[in-house]
Ligand binder design. Structure first.
Ligand SMILES: [Fe+2]
Ligand SMILES: [Fe+2]
Length: 135
């Protein structure tokens, strides 16, 4: 499965964040495998929706972590989440309407993993680590 190897480059160093991201990668891996195997469309669409919802849930968990840890400069990170969340929610609607497909979901989620984790989430992991060392 080709997603996992390059994902190791996205390690944040925070065990909780990395565990969440691994779960998202597992969802993407499932979706990718179903597409490659030409599974029934309903099964592929269900996996795409599951991957989208797991990502949206992950953003909420990260935002709670930011608030709980008192991360001062979290507004830009939360705003980046909101931009992706809006895109994913529109995609979920388009999937239900038949005007988007699993390829669109894979592209959107891969973009999140490649760009967002390597920037905002790595910065968050560093801030969480500093909080832990100060505690
Ligand atoms: Fe994340
Ligand atoms: Fe994030």
């Amino acid at each position: 499965m080709p997603v996992q190897p390059w994902f190791t480059a996205c390690r944040t160093g925070d065990p909780d964040l990395d565990a969440h991201h691994d779960a998202l990668i597992a969802c993407l891996g499932t979706l990718y495998r179903l597409v490659v195997d030409k599974a029934p469309a309903a099964e592929i669409d269900a996996a795409a929706v599951a991957a989208i919802e797991a990502t949206i849930d992950h953003f909420a968990a990260e935002e709670k972590d930011m608030v709980r840890a008192g991360i001062a400069d979290s507004a830009a990170h939360a705003s980046a989440h909101q931009a992706i969340r809006s895109r994913l929610m529109a995609l979920r609607t388009a999937l239900a309407a038949g005007s988007a497909n699993a390829g669109d979901a894979l592209e959107a989620l891969n973009a999140y993993l490649a760009q967002h984790i390597q920037t905002f989430d790595k910065d968050l992991a560093e801030a969480l680590g500093q909080r832990r060392r100060q505690a």
